[in-house]
Ligand binder design. Structure first.
Ligand code: P6P
Length: 336
């Protein structure tokens, strides 16, 4: 009967965030309001991505972004959606977007105490073929919102207070941490609500999957080359690892988080600092990995200890199951 088909005690993302807020009695709910605006942005982008093929939103917008990549219409649309949602929340004072060359300093009359760094639609080169893409975001507290400068934005990732991603794929999944573990939510389009489907995500301590673009093998440095060799031809009698590489960071990281294993985007001779951006790819994904019991390493040290000097700075990244990351850390330590 009805009670069997409808859960009557739904844990929505809004309810979850309010529960988290109640853990901070001094909180005035600013983060709750900010997150609700980010969630709104994700719902809008999910709807646009799902209709993209029909609404001719795919294809190149012609302009190129600061990365020199062709900007697709959905990129431009998603960036505008998030900038508008974040500014109108009245809880942000500065925004860093993958799509905008400069940081956006919010109109002083509309400022709040948070800085949000985000990639509105990461993996967008995959839009036309239907591969999962995603929004990635990280949130910092700013000491004095009225006098915030760029220097104050360039903080180490360990100072982030929240981070998350929304993956637009076969279903729309939002994974979030506010510093008290990681939870996953799936959008129920009929309700327009994100429902908690993955409570308290913990990454397996060791995994059998490695995820890297093998096409860059010619340019890898020795520790990465040695590590990938060990994945393919183990010398300890264990069976070879499986390679899974989607080429969309949110999809590759989401699989790593749920199934375990390691995701690598190493430095190489072509890109000595790797490809992925520190502020809105490396930091948020590293924050989530550590909150889920995993690790994130740059080849030199803990990813979250990095102090960026430019908002679009890149870094090599090795993240995932703790035991797997330890193996590559050992190989870099040998090389040092
Ligand atoms: P490559 C997508 O363009 C992206 O920024 C990430 O989402 C993804 O992990 C990476 O680049 C893929 O890069 O060089 O392997 O195609």
């Amino acid at each position: 009967h009805a009670a069997d088909t409808f859960r009557t005690d739904l844990m929505t993302i809004t309810r979850h965030v309010l529960n988290e807020q109640s853990r901070h009695p001094e909180s005035r709910g600013d983060l709750t309001i900010l997150l609700s605006h980010i969630v709104l942005g994700c719902k809008f982008v999910a709807s646009a991505v799902n209709k993209a093929g029909l609404a001719k939103l795919t294809g190149l917008a012609g302009e190129t972004n600061v990365q020199g990549e062709e900007q697709k219409k959905l990129d431009v649309l998603s960036n505008e959606v998030f900038v508008n949602a974040l500014v109108s929340s009245g809880r942000t004072c500065v925004l860093v977007s993958e799509e905008d060359e400069k940081a956006t300093f919010v109109d002083p009359k509309l400022r709040g105490k948070y800085c949000v760094c985000f990639d509105p639609l990461d993996g967008s080169s995959n839009i036309d073929c239907g591969v999962s893409i995603g929004t990635i975001f990280g949130i910092y507290m700013i000491k004095n919102q009225d006098t915030v400068t760029l220097e104050e934005v360039l903080q180490p990732g360990k100072d982030m207070i929240a981070a998350g991603y929304c993956m637009y794929g076969s279903s729309c999944t939002l994974v979030l941490s506010t510093g008290n573990g990681v939870n996953g939510f799936t959008l129920d389009p009929s309700l327009g609500e994100f429902i908690m489907t993955h409570p308290d995500i913990k990454i397996p301590p060791k995994g059998k999957i490695y995820s890297v673009n093998e096409g860059n093998a010619k340019n890898w440095d020795t520790p990465t080359a040695k590590y990938v060799e060990k994945c393919k031809y183990p010398t300890d009698g264990s069976s070879p690892k499986s390679l899974r590489y989607i080429g969309s960071m949110v999809a590759d990281v989401h699989r790593t988080l749920l199934y375990g294993g390691i995701f690598l985007y190493p430095a190489d001779k072509k890109s000595p600092s790797g490809k992925l951006r520190v502020m809105y790819e490396v930091f948020p994904m590293s924050f989530l990995m550590e909150e889920a019991g995993g690790q994130s390493f740059t080849g030199k040290g803990r990813s979250l200890d990095l102090i960026p000097t430019d908002i679009h700075e890149r870094s090599p990244i090795f993240l995932g199951s703790s035991d797997n990351v330890e193996e590559i850390k050992a190989l870099y330590a040998e090389e040092a």
